[in-house]
Design a protein around this ligand. Structure first.
Ligand code: IVH
Length: 762
């Protein structure tokens, strides 16, 4: 039966009532922290609305409370202009500077007396959110200040963000407000614990986590992260008069935005200084990270008089708190074993309270770092937590060095043996690092297993740190491939606790993990290659290997990599044409490195090699007439070849064969493609382009640089006329963006870069 207009009207009326109620309860719960109904009653309202909207899809509106997580993942963020530039703040660490700021304000205002508002400076990522006629229409990141990324879908997932302004209206034509997206201290702990359990890299600090989350392309993933937002400034406002910061806060509260509760006013320097000291003392009580205070002139009329510079308003200052340092005793140095057997020294400290937590350990990086800082066991050391979670030893307090402080000799300290398995260790000259040479070392097994199970690798959800450790310790797994022999029963009773306080993994978890393991059998070659953890092989290499090889067996005897190495060897003059066998090639490179030329000749001519490699998009002709690799460098290629030629590699292939696993690449298609399409699938989307990276990105800057290089681009440290793109993350310094603007260098965000990288990947 077709619905009658009365049916629709009734549904519409009920939907309106439900939405209004749900919005009110959202606000009470998330903004005012004063809920009126139980979670259960709330869920009932929400479910009723969802059901009605399902029956009447034409009545769904974007501002419905059900639409917080909606839409498909994006391929890239659109860059959009800011109606008003998003400025930054001038910073200072020095109270005298602040006094000068106050003097400057007083001079500028002549006979008028300023009133200041002092607010905590939230350590997050700034955002500009725009409402038109009361409806949320857009959320932009700061970007370069004049344009930013459209992250509306991501912002909408934050429960406290109004999708429409609260209250009866009428609403201003435009109400654009600015604030800070962040992750609370506890949210960050939870997020990292979850990542650790899933074998994913942990975020260094809450700000990075927030920045990375905001730049995720899939709103469903964003919704799973504990993002939050607080507002403190206005952007473009049309149809409403606001004349001061205090009025702005009132308007924000009336419209249902969350603002910071802590706020002080001051009308002279003494009270400014008192407020920032009071805030510093209260810093650790905040549920989120703050890195200073912001001092703003309250009156907007006075702000007009004081004006702006290109980068920051003259009516405000940020007073940043120095990263906290503490002195404590270095009791001992212990040594940790990483996935590749690298041994990392760790400082064991007399526990000390620092930046809101108790610190008992800090990384010492490597042997050279310890020598450079002349760190000795027993020393009094100064430690710092500069916004990061992992504390560092800054220096030694020499005046407090005890006479018996012991200089640290790495080799002697561990008795020349791996602290985990007792095997011999060797110093890797390239990385200032000592390495355990035993591939069966349990500490390495645990790390390798974690790497194997990571999301970008085989995505074995539930096989994170603790579980990996228990599996290795209790003898269920020694090598990652052992997971394919796991059975439900022993897995379910795996003890994650101690002998005294056992804690079982459980049947459900076991089932879930076994499902993930079953899925891993079908994962493509690129994921498998990443899972193997071959040195230098990152996501970009894995992707290009995947698309140029048919399957794992094809890769193990890769003619593509052999061709690539041969071509480079011919060009370097190491190898006369034509070309030798793979084993001979390995020898040849080794000989070349040891400067012992070997009399070998190549079996294919340079032209033949070029003809085979160019259509695959793995090489390009450089300006000097020499072919260069674009995505897989000679060192990486050799590492892969070496791996499959090694005993470990051969065993791996053998075991995969026994398990009936042969991860497929997309190589078969690549081979049947015409040269033109293969080139369009282009492996070198960034060829000839120079990038500079600035600001906080969602991953290590070096990792981003590696991806750019892998795609044929060049990365340099300073913006110049030769720069094509400035990749700006969160909290970008104004210096680089200003220089970029001067030179007409395009500023792009991380997502745009990712999209550019992807274009090569099809
Ligand atoms: S006012 C015109 N107030 O700090 C500038 N900013 O270092 C308006 N921030 O870009 C900014 N807490 O992302 C303001 N209470 C606060 C803030 C705050 C954090 C951030 C903001 C700004 C950066 C400058």
């Amino acid at each position: 039966m077709n619905p009658t207009p009365t049916d629709i009207a009734a549904a519409r009326a009920r939907i309106d009532v439900l939405r209004t109620e749900i919005r009110r309860h959202d606000r009470l719960y998330y903004v005012e922290a004063a809920p009126e109904i139980s979670d259960h009653d709330y869920d009932r309202l929400y479910q009723e609305l969802k059901n009605l909207e399902q029956s009447w899809p034409e009545l769904v509106t974007p501002d419905s409370p059900t639409q917080r997580v909606a839409g498909e993942p994006l391929t890239a963020f659109a860059t959009k202009p800011h109606a008003l530039p998003m400025l930054s703040l001038d910073n200072t660490y020095d109270e005298n500077d602040l006094r000068r700021f106050h003097d400057y304000v007083c001079r500028g205002l002549r006979d008028e007396q300023p009133v200041y508002v002092i607010e905590p400076k939230i350590d997050g990522v700034s955002i500009s959110v725009r409402y038109e006629h009361g409806q949320l229409v857009q959320a932009l990141t700061r970007g370069d200040g004049s344009q930013g990324d459209d992250v509306t879908a991501n912002l909408k997932t934050i429960p406290s963000l109004p999708l429409r302004l609260a209250g009866p209206g009428p609403f201003p034509e435009v109400f654009e407000v600015r604030g800070e997206v962040f992750i609370s201290k506890s949210g960050f702990q939870l997020l990292n614990a979850r990542r650790q359990a899933q074998g994913e890299d942990e975020f260094a600090n809450a700000r990075n986590a927030a920045a990375g989350t905001l730049k995720l392309l899939d709103p469903r993933q964003v919704a799973e992260r504990p993002l939050d937002v607080l507002f403190y400034a206005q952007g473009e406002i049309i149809g409403l008069e606001i004349t001061s910061q205090q009025q702005l806060f009132q308007a924000l509260a009336d419209y249902g935005f969350r603002t910071q509760a802590w706020r002080r006013t001051a009308d002279d320097f003494t009270s400014i200084a008192a407020a920032i000291r009071e805030l510093l003392a209260a810093k650790h009580d905040f549920l989120y990270d703050i890195d200073g205070a912001v001092i703003k002139v309250d009156s907007f009329a006075q702000r007009e008089i004081l004006g702006l510079t290109a980068k920051a308003p003259s009516w405000a200052r940020a007073f940043k708190y120095e990263p906290e340092r503490r002195e404590t005793r270095l009791r001992a140095i212990t040594v940790q074993v990483g996935r590749t057997g690298v041994l990392t020294p760790v400082a064991e400290l007399e526990p000390v309270a620092l930046a809101g937590s108790t610190i008992a350990r800090a990384t010492l990086h490597n042997e050279d770092e310890i020598a450079r800082k002349d760190i000795r066991i027993g020393d009094m050391v100064r430690i710092e937590k500069a916004g990061d979670v992992i504390p560092a030893v800054v220096n030694v307090v020499l005046g407090k060095r005890p006479p018996d402080a012991k200089p640290f000799d790495f080799f002697q300290h561990v008795g020349g043996k791996c602290p985990s398995c007792g095997s011999d260790i060797q110093r890797d000259p390239q990385f200032a690092a000592w390495r355990c040479l035993n591939l069966q070392c349990p500490a390495q097994s645990v790390r390798r297993l974690g790497h194997f199970a990571a999301r970008q690798a085989l995505d074995l959800e539930g096989l994170g740190g603790v579980v990996a450790e228990a599996l290795v310790e209790q003898g269920l797994v020694r090598e990652p491939l052992d997971v394919f022999a796991l059975e439900q029963e022993p897995l379910a009773s795996l003890n994650l606790g101690t002998t005294d306080a056992p804690r079982q993994f459980g049947t459900n978890n076991a089932k879930r993990l076994l499902d993930a393991i079953a899925r891993a059998r079908e994962m493509p070659l690129s994921n498998w290659l990443l899972a193997l953890g071959i040195p230098e092989v990152g996501a970009a290499t894995a992707f290009h290997i995947g698309r140029t090889h048919r399957d794992m067996r094809d890769l193990a005897e890769s003619s593509v990599l052999r061709d690539l190495l041969a071509l480079l060897a011919i060009q370097d003059g190491v190898l006369p044409e034509p070309q030798p066998s793979l084993a001979e090639l390995g020898d040849l490179f080794a000989a070349a490195e040891a400067r012992q030329p070997k009399a070998l000749t190549a079996k294919a001519s340079k032209d033949e090699l070029v003809a085979r490699l160019q259509p695959l998009g793995l090489i390009k002709l450089g300006s000097n007439g020499v072919y260069v690799t674009t995505v897989i460098g000679p060192k990486t290629a050799r590492n892969i070849v070496d791996f499959f030629a090694s005993e470990t590699g051969k065993e791996l292939l053998q075991r995969l064969e026994e398990l009936g696993i042969n991860p497929p690449g997309t190589g078969a298609e690549a081979e049947t493609e015409t040269d033109a399409t293969a080139e369009a699938a282009g492996a070198t989307p960034l060829a000839g382009k120079t990038f500079v990276i600035t600001g906080t990105l969602s991953e290590e800057r070096e990792a981003v640089a590696a991806k750019i290089r892998a795609a044929g681009g060049t990365v340099s440290s300073a913006v110049s006329r030769n720069t094509n793109y400035l990749v700006a993350g969160a909290n970008v310094g104004a210096r680089k963006t200003e220089k970029a603007a001067q030179l007409g260098v395009r500023v792009i965000g991380e997502e745009e870069l990712r999209a550019m990288l992807k274009q090569g990947g099809g």
